[in-house]
Design a protein around this ligand. Structure first.
Ligand code: CAA
Length: 240
């Protein structure tokens, strides 16, 4: 039986590429999304991957969705926490709401789904968790105190979780993408983005597939000894 894989924010951008790559690797993938029904429908039509709509930053919604997936398909054994948002601005202009939204969606969602899926993985004595961090959690980024804090939090969270999961053969790793050609990065002002790309030794933005292949690597059944690591995929922009 194919292992069940849940990918949050899995219908668009990096998440969609991860969902497809995991499907190609033989997983039974379920992709979550927060609100864009049209994108989710188009994604399912194209890939055949089932989607489920809930707010990954909301603990109760996560618990309800995971229970439904368990009832319909079985235990989630591969979990990719990819859902993320930006609310970029300097701290002078950042509201408390912009802070909370980013922390809840990007970091809170990792807690919610790791906690809820952990018991099932423990019972199976198998789990593969990948939390999507960011170069900006490693290096910081002007205009992103909320996002950088959430992503740095993911990196620490993942290392602590790796310690707890090890005895049950549950691995937990972070993947830190650099600047990848997605809607999120295209929202950066062009003149700012141009300067960022100029600092990438590889000379280009990443592709969603560049990131997805890292997730396939970290979630393979054979990856049992890789845990607590942070895999940077950033074209050489930040070597950490
Ligand atoms: N370094 C130094 N100064 C900077 C700067 C930088 N990197 N960026 C902006 N400034 C300066 C501006 O020139 C401006 O200076 P003046 O007041 O002298 O003109 C000052 O900072 C404030 O600028 P704004 O009033 O325009 O600031 P703002 O609050 O509107 O924020 C911004 C602007 C959001 C920071 C915008 O510059 C921006 O979008 N920057 C890019 C942020 C970014 O890289 N986000 C990543 C999104 S993708 C992602 O997050 C995915 C991932 O994981 C990699």
């Amino acid at each position: 039986m194919a292992r069940i894989a849940l990918v949050t924010g899995g219908t668009r951008g990096i998440g969609a590429a991860i969902s497809v790559a995991l499907q190609q690797a033989g997983r039974h993938v379920i992709a979550t999304y927060a609100g864009n029904n049209a994108a989710a429908e188009a994604f399912t039509a194209e890939t055949g991957i089932e989607t489920v709509r809930f707010d990954a930053g909301d603990y109760t919604q996560c618990a309800t969705a995971v229970a439904a997936i368990a009832a319909n398909h079985g235990t989630i054994e591969v979990l990719v926490n990819n859902a993320g948002i930006t609310r970029d601005t300097t701290i002078s202009k950042m509201t408390r709401e912009m802070w909370d939204e980013v922390i809840d969606t990007n970091l809170g969602s990792c807690f919610n789904l790791c906690k809820i899926c952990f018991e099932g993985m423990k019972a199976k004595k198998f789990g593969r968790i990948v939390n999507i961090g960011s170069i900006n959690g490693q290096a910081g980024q002007y205009g992103q105190v909320n996002y950088a804090a959430a992503k740095a939090g993911i990196h620490g969270f993942t290392k602590a979780l790796a310690m707890e999961g090890a005895r049950y053969s549950i691995t937990a790793n972070a993947l830190a993408p650099g600047y990848v050609d997605t809607d999120m990065v295209r929202a950066v002002p062009p003149e700012v983005l141009e300067k960022i790309i100029a600092k990438i030794p590889r000379g280009r933005l990443g592709t969603a597939q560049d990131i997805a292949r890292g997730v396939v690597f970290l979630t393979a059944d054979e990856a049992d000894f890789i845990t607590g690591s942070t895999l940077s995929i950033n074209g050489g922009q930040h070597m950490y």
